[in-house]
Design a protein around this ligand. Sequence first.
Ligand SMILES: Nc1ncnc2c1ncn2[C@@H]1O[C@H](COP(=O)(O)OP(=O)(O)O)[C@@H](O)[C@H]1O
Ligand SMILES: [Mg+2]
Length: 474
Amino acid sequence: MNFHSAITSTILISFPCSAFAGEAASPSAYFGLLALGFLVLIQAIIILVLLKRRSSATNQVLESEGSQSNTRHQLYREIARHEATEELLRETQEYMQCMINSMPTVMIGITPDGYVTHWNHSAEKVSGLHAEEAMGSHINQAFPDLPVTNAVIAQTISSGIPYTRENIKEGSGSQTTFTNLTVYPLVSTDIHGAVVLAEDVTPRVRMENLLIQNEKMMGLGELAAGVAHEINNPLAAILNNVQNISRRSSLNFAANREVAESQGLELEQVVNYLEKREIPSFLESIRESGERAAQIVKNLLEFSRGNERDHRPNNLAVLIEQTLTLAQNTFELDTKFGTELPDFSTELDRKLPSVVCSAPEIQQVILNMLRNAAQAMRSEEYGPPLLPLITIRLYRHEENAVIEVEDNGPGMQDDVLKHVFEPFYTTKDVGKGTGLGLSVSYFIVKEHHQGAIEAESKPGKGTVFKIKLPLAKV
Ligand SMILES: Nc1ncnc2c1ncn2[C@@H]1O[C@H](COP(=O)(O)OP(=O)(O)O)[C@@H](O)[C@H]1O
Ligand SMILES: [Mg+2]
């Protein structure tokens, strides 16, 4: 019921019509009036109480409304704070994720049993497996190339000491890669597991190997040059004396005849005797061997020669063509080569700027490579040549001219390939190879021309030598 209508109806009930009719007041009427007054008083009190209650209820409602709005505001503030924290958390998470994914290193999170919990972009790139596929699988399945066993994980977690392995070798030849591996435990009281880092250190290891090789070559080169100097003089004496013996037993010199006659001998008899005993052919053999040795010494002396040779701008395409003609002639002269002359194919960039170099030296380098290729393709293990082909390329790569000599011959095993530039390293029979061709080429290119030389080869897949020479600065 409405509050106002309740009060009105109470007053109407309390005033019967007879009390205002103007009749004389009897005692009962007086008593009635008193009762009426009392009733009015009671009603007034009730009204007052109700009014008071109403105001306090109103106050309460207002108060509760006020406190409700306060709570609401607090709630809104709390929600806003939560949202800001969540946003910050998300941003931090994204940032961390981005940092992990941007790492050039493979980073994999694993459980103590080796199951993948995290797989960054580098891991995707190197393994070829997408993060969604890798997650939850065992690291040995997801990344079989990584030697991370359960024992390694358990050991690093229990000891708290990272496990590392350096220069893990994969593949062979020019495809060889080197990896540094680290497995370290997660430092946390409630998360258990480990992190696997695999860093590709191939360029660094290659560079180190190259430096070591260079160092070794320098030492060997000096030694070889020293030996060559020492051998040069006695060798010259041998060859000189062979020549003297030939001259002094020749019929063409009057002095020989005179000395023979002074001894009561005919020079013809002496010469006949010598021929019967095959002395001239022995001498010829000494001369041939001596000259071969002299050629080796000449090659060895390349190691010690300085830089002051005839360096001038050369058109490499022309130089290569001249060398090819020279090679074809020498190969044809090489009787052992028979009719199985390899085909030559050229892909030459004729617009290449000139290269400042010593033409005879670069020709010597190319010739060495052509000869090696031709010899390799003739080797018995290779079997009957299957369209033996030598391809010579000339192109520009950055600030270098690159000459490639490629053959489709037998190729080389890894343990041959890594020694080919060392002086005296040869796989050929005694007398067929000196092991100096490539080491001299190496020195010519590296020391005399500040260039680079490298070989790529695979058994059964042929060989390619690359000679890089700096282009002339304009
Ligand atoms: N094109 C090639 N194919 C296969 N093996 C090669 C090739 N070129 C060089 N080699 C290897 O490198 C070795 C060293 O070559 P080199 O220094 O020219 O000495 P040599 O030719 O006197 O043996 C050779 O004995 C051979 O085993
Ligand atoms: Mg050779």
